[in-house]
Write a protein that binds this ligand. Structure first.
Ligand code: AGP
Length: 609
């Protein structure tokens, strides 16, 4: 997500941290800032926009300083403005703080501080963190102790870096979840959110673990836990080249992003579940409005459209709420019939897709309520929708969408649970579902365990001239997304449809050796699906069946069986099948030598019709 840089030592610190931020630019950001030691004070310079904007403010002759921290922000709380950019300061103005991640209880902390007379400049949770730590610092303790005390008051998944005007050679860093790495030099110490920013300076690296606090000085680093007990650290030599370091050691961004999904699940759920297993979505419409909705229209393109199909299944099954899903390009020219009590939901990773934006404007012109499910904060769709739920998946770089899809489905699922609470749906087991959601990140991680098996399956079928993707119910919507992944990066034609449709035409395409990928997680239709499996096998097709770990029936009739964990929830079981399907597409494309992150003819963000 956001980029973090820090330096203390004899070099020009401002120059070093700006160079570090530049090396993190590939992650995407929308504002940047730096705080550096300037005489006996800390000076902060920050600006919305790209690094060139910040450099312009700093001038061509960079200030000379031997301690600096810097940040490139990818907005999550508050728009990408100068004021919301990092670093932020405490009430006294003595400390500067940069931050990645989310502080879940920041509103509660902010109220407490406001009651004590604190004044805030921005809308960010980061500024609240600066004030919490500043308040501890005012009691006379050293900066690292103030950070430890402050952190004990905060909940969430985050990393902070703090410097004080009163401690000229010290940077304090704390990791609760978001990554932080420290680089050890000779009489100098570096800090970053990601290894590529360290490599030009040093290859001796320490990866900070969750719950650790690091005190950086030119002499090196001392690490403790949040209670101050010392922790042994083990530096290693990072032998990656810079290009592979940007991809976190993975060969492609797509593989990195597939593997980020367990963490994306945590990020997406952060701040949205209560300790007593309910859903809180403060950003959506009032309960009165949500009770009034009589129909939902979901409008999106590509992968986001597929997330919408899954949501239709959930809204209709769980909420009994009539839902239609439209391709944006069809909706905008289709003269749609829109109920004045309907809700239009726009799903978009980039928030800039031209057809989706035009469809949104059409709904607004017709005075229809609009809700965005968007990844990029500050994007056009996010700005123009009446309400937005951010998917919190972090920047997605590979053209083939993977982690954004998982986050879109989860966000829509959270919205449906929120609706179920508001509309008091008696049959919806909110608490059990939320409990399953809490474990979902771990289940996604477990689903990765089948990676080697899938690599083998991909190698076996890489020369297939056609691949089928079939399923029933929720699995049918997932199969569309699995097929899109394969065709867009491996250029293999696919046929995808509900399994029950096969006999009405597509069955004619089955030939000996053709692989058919079945999503088969729903026990209610398992018998029907077993018949579909037999039908394709009778014509020489090779059935690759993805089912849950507890299934005991499909193994006996399947050519290749891939298992995903049983989550205890029908929708989440189906969603898990995206992991093997994404890996199948990736390894097939790799075996064929395709250009994975930049597939031919496609762009990440389709801003033209
Ligand atoms: C899928 O892998 C594609 N990148 C594409 O289908 C994408 O989902 C579609 O263009 C919509 O983009 P958006 O989510 O940014 O609106």
């Amino acid at each position: 997500m956001c980029g973090i840089a820090g330096y203390v030592g004899p070099r020009n610190a401002v120059e070093v941290v700006l160079d570090q931020l530049k090396r993190l630019e590939y992650r995407g950001y929308d504002s940047a800032g730096v705080a550096y030691r300037n005489g006996s004070a800390l000076k902060t310079v920050k600006r919305a926009g790209k690094l060139t904007e910040l450099s312009g403010l700093l001038g061509s002759k960079l200030p000379v300083s031997h301690l600096a921290i810097a940040h490139s922000r990818w907005a999550t709380h508050g728009a990408p403005t100068d004021l919301n950019a990092h670093p932020h300061s405490d009430q006294s103005g003595r400390i500067a703080l940069i931050h990645n991640g989310i502080i879940e209880n920041y509103l509660e902390l902010k109220e407490e501080l406001v009651r004590e007379g604190h004044v805030f400049q921005s809308e960010t949770d980061t500024e609240v963190a600066a004030h919490v730590i500043g308040r501890e610092y005012d009691s006379g303790v050293e900066l690292d102790e103030a950070v430890r005390r402050g952190v004990r008051r905060m909940r969430g998944a985050y990393a902070f870096v703090v410097a004080s005007a009163d401690e000229p050679e010290k940077i304090v860093a704390v990791r609760a979840a978001s990554p932080l790495v420290i680089g050890l030099g000779d009489g100098e110490t570096f800090l970053a959110s990601d290894i590529p920013a360290l490599l030009p300076y040093t290859r001796r690296v320490i990866v900070l673990e969750g719950g650790q606090v690091a005190v950086l000085t030119p002499a090196g680093v001392v690490v403790t836990d949040v209670n101050g007990a010392s922790v042994a650290v083990h530096p290693f030599e990072a032998d990656w080249d810079i290009e592979s370091a940007e991809k976190g050691g993975y060969e492609h961004f797509m593989l990195k992003e597939i593997h980020e999904q367990p963490d994306v699940v945590h990020q997406c759920l952060l701040g949205r579940l209560t300790p007593d297993n309910r859903v809180v979505l403060d950003q959506v419409f009032s309960n009165h409005v949500l009770q009034d909705i009589d129909r939902v229209n979901i409008i999106a393109c590509g992968t986001a459209y597929h997330a919408g199909l899954m949501a239709k299944f959930i809204f209709e099954r769980m909420l009994r709420l009539p839902t239609d899903v439209f391709y944006s390009s069809e909706f905008r020219y289709g003269d749609p019939v829109l109920s004045p009590r309907s809700l239009a939901i726009f799903v978009s990773q980039s928030g800039e897709t031209a057809d989706s934006l035009a469809a949104l404007r059409l709904c607004k012109a017709r005075r229809i309520r609009t809700l965005g499910i968007v990844n990029v904060v500050g994007s056009s769709i996010a700005r123009e929708c009446d309400r937005v739920l951010f998917t919190q998946a972090g920047p997605e770089i590979s053209v083939a969408s993977t982690k954004a899809y998982t986050a879109q489905v989860l966000t829509l699922f959270l919205f449906s649970l929120h609706m179920a609470q508001v509309r008091e749906m008696p049959g919806v087991r909110i608490k059990e579902t939320v409990a399953a959601l809490r474990k979902f990140g771990d289940y996604v991680q477990d689903a990765m365990a089948g990676e080697d098996q899938i690599k083998g399956v991909a190698a076996k079928f890489k020369d297939a001239r056609l691949v089928f993707f079939l399923g029933r119910g929720a699995d049918a919507s997932l199969s569309l997304e699995g097929a899109l992944k394969l065709k867009e990066i491996a250029y293999i034609p696919t046929q995808e449809c509900p399994a029950g449709e096969m006999k009405h035409g597509p069955l004619a395409l089955i030939e000996p050796g053709i692989p058919i990928v079945f999503g088969a997680t729903d026990p209610d239709v398992r018998e029907k699906l077993a018949s579909n499996i037999k039908e394709v096998q009778a014509r020489g097709g090779h059935a690759i069946v993805i089912t849950t770990s507890d299934d005991v029936t499909l193994g006996a009739i399947t050519d290749t069986l891939i298992k995903v964990p049983q989550t205890g929830n029908t929708y989440l079981n189906a969603l898990l099948t995206i992991v093997p399907m994404q890996l199948f597409a990736y390894y097939t494309a790799k075996a064929l030598g395709c250009e994975i992150d930049q597939p031919r003819n496609l762009a990440k963000s389709v801003t033209v019709e």
